[in-house]
Design a protein around this ligand. Structure first.
Ligand SMILES: NC(=O)c1ccc[n+]([C@@H]2O[C@H](COP(=O)([O-])OP(=O)(O)OC[C@H]3O[C@@H](n4cnc5c(N)ncnc54)[C@H](O)[C@@H]3O)[C@@H](O)[C@H]2O)c1
Ligand SMILES: N[C@H](CO)Cc1c[nH]c[nH+]1
Ligand SMILES: [Zn+2]
Length: 422
């Protein structure tokens, strides 16, 4: 890997770091076509795409029964790890359950109530790697929120990954379908003969999955775009280059479209990180994927003229994962509010949050961390405001209401208030 200096990046090179949706944009037309075929042909299209994209001839699309069996059959050690991670994820998300409230505002009784959505569709990726952890991250918050029907879609295979199925069972899903990619998102959004349509479609995935969520948004609720993984490491000269490199390589391992960046003001550290990355990639099982991700226009080891420049770059990047490996990590964090999830200090590798701390790993990518956080209980609840006014409190407000109604030319609005006092 080469070290590049931020100040020397050309405008296009710089823009590439902040425009990370290019891979998703490139498949939008294909995905629109897949989504409309599923909408029109249902299960027939799902089976056709399973053959075409997954090389699998699917019998039963509904494999709900297989989840409990897989749970019984997997290794004890793996079952325990799933249960351990699930308990931590559940505990963290239980803290997020919003409470109804109401209060008296000078005679106006005002409140907010929360209700779970009726149903949710969770995508658990499984193309080039299996993602049991994503099944936990999608299903558990929905169930903690109180969603009655949670369905999971995961790519088809001769034998769907048993660990993913076991995780789906532990998380408490109500239905499991073997369908992957854009076609899975379309099925959860619109329904087919086998798959029930859901109120919201959530979960991470590759660029086809992500483009499909963008396509169905509007017809159905989605969480946000949680595409190919990203990491931004902000490091000072005291950071351990081997650890910085390890975190970059780990996220690069997800997808050739993943984006991984380290930024520092210390030239020696930058060179050491770049060299350590090269060493750590060699001979890995997913070496080709990692190398492709490292070659991305939005990946690199960057040298800043100061930590202030590094911080500004990281804030503009708005990474899915922000790792700060620097002495004054808390004060740097104050200056980088845009990130999906933050990892502070040398003992907080992103992999810890990926699996087991309890925080959610379904996180916004492509810069959308500027405006949204990750998956949470909030994703699965709707809020309603409620109000009851006394005669006196309506009287107190009536001049304000009628004056504004008349200023808007909406006489009937004003009249509906005056009528109460005739
Ligand atoms: N942002 C997040 O929160 C987050 C969390 C976990 C994983 N991820 C990302 O999820 C992704 C998982 O990717 P994956 O590929 O392993 O699994 P996946 O399940 O997302 O995608 C596999 C599916 O892609 C479809 N597909 C593959 N090639 C296609 C083509 N040429 N045309 C149309 N469809 C095609 C197939 O239908 C296949 O079933 C990675 O990018 C990873 O970084 C993101
Ligand atoms: N880093 C991914 C989110 O971008 C989550 C994950 C799942 N498994 C391993 N990692
Ligand atoms: Zn990961």
């Amino acid at each position: 890997m080469n070290v590049r200096t931020i100040a020397d990046l050309g405008p296009d090179e710089r823009a590439a770091f902040f425009d990370r949706d290019a891979g998703v944009d490139a498949v939008r037309d294909d995905v629109r076509d897949i989504v409309s075929q599923v909408h029109e042909e249902g299960d027939v299209a799902l089976r056709r795409f399973a053959e075409e994209f997954d090389g699998v001839s699917v019998g039963n699309i509904d494999i709900t029964d297989a989840a409990e069996r897989a749970y019984e059959e997997i290794d004890d050690e793996v079952r325990e790890a799933i249960e351990d991670a699930a308990a931590n994820i559940r505990a963290f998300h239980e803290r997020q359950v919003p409470e109804d409230w109401h209060d008296d505002f000078e005679g106006r009784e005002l409140g907010r109530r929360y209700q779970p959505l009726d149903s949710a569709g969770v995508y658990a990726p499984g193309g080039t790697a299996a993602y049991p952890s994503s099944a936990l991250m999608g299903v558990i918050p929905a169930k903690v929120a109180g969603v009655e029907h949670v369905a999971v879609a995961t790519p088809p295979a001769e034998e769907v990954n048993p660990v993913t199925l076991a995780a789906i069972h532990v998380a408490g899903a109500d239905a499991v379908y073997q369908v992957g990619g854009a076609q899975a998102i379309a099925a959860l959004a619109y329904g087919t003969e086998t798959v029930s349509a859901t109120d919201i479609v959530v979960g991470p995935g590759n660029r086809w999955v992500t483009a499909a969520k963008a396509e169905v948004r509007g017809d159905v609720a989605i969480d946000f775009l949680a595409g190919p993984s990203e990491i931004m490491v902000v490091a000072d000269g005291d950071a351990d280059p081997e650890l910085v490199a390890a975190d970059l390589v780990a996220q690069a391992e997800h997808d050739e479209n993943a984006s991984v960046v380290a930024v520092t003001d210390d030239e020696e550290l930058a060179e050491q990180v770049a060299a350590a990355v090269d060493e750590q990639v060699d001979g890995r099982e997913r070496e080709a994927v990692i190398r492709a991700a490292l070659d991305n226009d939005a990946s690199g080891v960057l040298l800043a003229r100061s930590m202030s420049e590094a911080v500004l770059f990281a804030e503009e990047y708005a990474a899915e994962h922000l790792s700060i490996q620097a002495d004054d990590d808390e004060s740097l964090l104050e200056r980088i509010p845009s990130a999906g999830s933050v990892f502070l200090g040398p003992y907080s590798p992103v992999a810890a949050g990926d699996y087991a701390t309890g925080t959610n790993h379904v996180l916004p990518t492509g810069g959308s961390a500027r405006v949204t956080g990750g998956l949470s209980v909030d994703t699965f609840v709707r809020s309603t405001t409620v109000q009851r006014l006394s005669a006196e409190s309506l009287d107190d407000l009536s001049d304000t209401i009628t004056t504004l109604a008349e200023a808007e030319g909406l006489e009937a609005h004003a009249e509906s208030v005056r009528k109460r006092f005739e």
